[in-house]
Each structure stands twice: as structure tokens, then as C-alpha cells.
Design a protein around this ligand. Structure first.
Ligand code: CU
Length: 75
């Protein structure tokens, strides 16, 4: 898994983050994260205002299953 300093989002297009693909990774969070908890995460953009999204802490195994189901649905 390589680390990127930035992700390009072309105008009018979108970028999808998903386990096993492009993803955000909190290596050393400032606070302890608890399963099931929700918190706000602010994304910064070079040419747009910051965007705050609500994220939920989920079990990695549940996430892997959801990703598999998702891939099945799109193929
Ligand atoms: Cu990662």
C-alpha cells in the first residue's frame, strides 16, 4: 500500500475510496476510536472549501464483507 500526498479529483468527476483500493487511513488518530461510534472528518481541497463528512467506526471484517457484496453487485 503506497501513500499519496494528494488525490486528484477532475472537475465534474468523483473518486471512490474503498477497502483494498484508494482509501483514507488514520494511522495514529488524535483520539481513541470506538466501534459503532460516529465522528466528523473534514476533507481539505486545493480549490474548494473544506467538506466535513460524518463517518462511522466499523469492524474491518464487516467492511470486507460489504466490499465483496458491492463488487458482486457491480460486475
Ligand atoms: Cu491503508
Amino acid at each position: 500500500m503506497g501513500e499519496l500526498d494528494e488525490v486528484e479529483v477532475p472537475a465534474g468527476e468523483s473518486v471512490r475510496f474503498r477497502p483494498g483500493g484508494l482509501h483514507l487511513m488514520m494511522v495514529v488518530p488524535d483520539e481513541t476510536v470506538v466501534l459503532g461510534e460516529r465522528f466528523d472528518l473534514t476533507l481539505s481541497f486545493e480549490r474548494s472549501d473544506p467538506m466535513t463528512v460524518e463517518v462511522e467506526v466499523v469492524d474491518l471484517l464487516d467492511l470486507a464483507e460489504a466490499t465483496f457484496d458491492d463488487q458482486e453487485a457491480t460486475s
